[in-house]
Design a protein around this ligand. Structure first.
Ligand SMILES: [Zn+2]
Length: 298
């Protein structure tokens, strides 16, 4: 059986498709806008076309791959293979992404939550290599999370995906679409930092670096929130490694990692050797993990 696979990462704004080798090398990569307002059938055709493009560019035939892994922004129904995301993929709700790709290419296909796919990508080919118990937090527009327990993706009731971006970190704070005030995502995501600063998140970080007191308060609050959430996560799941990824960590990993390291150093209950690491595969982690899932399950 081939250990090459196609990885697909479907986000709210773009879809990345890659031809991935067993060692995590990306032989070919393309992206296409998601345009979730268009009909699902059109989006599906764009994905089919992108898969054809990367197979051609890699010089592979569909016979050279063991399957197609699809990471997608959830919620999803992993059993039915359907997208159930009424937030960023509303028009595609209830649509089966797995069956048509399987039928079009004649290879198996699997659907996975995008944050779990990114976690698998980092564990296989990045910051979580060699670890069996890992939690990954992804700081971008929102805050995604993935939990690996004993080498397996941790799922909840009805196969659902736990969302640790919504653990409470402060009593006040903005009301979130999850239904409560002051969750991690509503304090420390790029969207939250931008809203608090009435500027883009990069501008808020730049103002902080220049000594602006308002921007400093906003960023310090996000850092404290991350440390509080990390405390809950470390004591709930006891991972050997906490991986911090997403767009915010490309520039600002060190300032987020420091309070998390202090939290790890301060606890009396956790064993030694727990580490925090910056994600290594950047925005490719999702499609790499999706491809890896296809390799593991084929
Ligand atoms: Zn929330």
């Amino acid at each position: 059986v081939s250990r090459r696979a196609i990885g697909v990462d479907i986000g709210g704004t773009k879809i990345a498709v890659g031809a991935v080798s067993e060692n995590g090398a990306i032989a070919a990569l393309t992206t296409t806008p998601t345009l979730p307002e268009r009909a699902f059938e059109e989006g599906l055709e764009a994905i089919v076309s992108a898969i054809g493009t990367v197979l051609d560019a890699a010089g592979w035939s569909v016979l050279d791959v063991c399957g197609i892994g699809i990471g997608c922004a959830g919620p999803l129904d992993l059993v039915r293979g359907t997208i159930e995301n009424q937030f960023t993929l509303a028009g595609w709700k209830g649509c089966d992404i797995v069956t048509p790709l399987r039928e079009r290419f004649g290879v198996p296909a699997w659907l996975e939550n995008d944050a779990d796919a990114a976690l698998v990508g980092e564990v296989a080919f990045g910051a979580g290599r060699g670890c069996e118990n890992v939690v990954m937090l992804t700081f971008g527009t929102g805050i995604g999370s993935g939990i690996l327990v004993g080498g397996r993706i941790h799922r909840g009731h009805a196969g659902g995906h736990p969302e640790m971006g919504h653990v409470p970190v402060v009593d006040d704070g903005a009301i979130c679409y999850c239904g409560r005030r002051g969750c991690l995502e509503s304090v420390a995501s790029g969207t939250a930092i931008a809203a608090a600063g009435r500027a883009s998140a990069p501008d808020v970080f730049a103002a902080r670096a220049a000594g602006d007191p308002g921007a400093t308060r906003i960023v310090e609050r996000a850092l404290r929130a991350t440390a509080v959430a990390a405390w809950s996560i470390l004591h709930s799941f006891l991972p050997e490694r906490l991986v911090l990824g997403g767009g915010l960590m490309e520039e600002h990993y060190e300032i987020f990692a420091e309070p998390v390291r202090l939290a790890i150093a301060a606890t009396t209950l956790l064993p030694a050797g727990i580490t925090v690491e910056r994600a290594q595969r950047g925005s490719a982690a999702g499609l790499l993990g999706a491809a890896r899932i296809a390799m593991e399950r084929a």
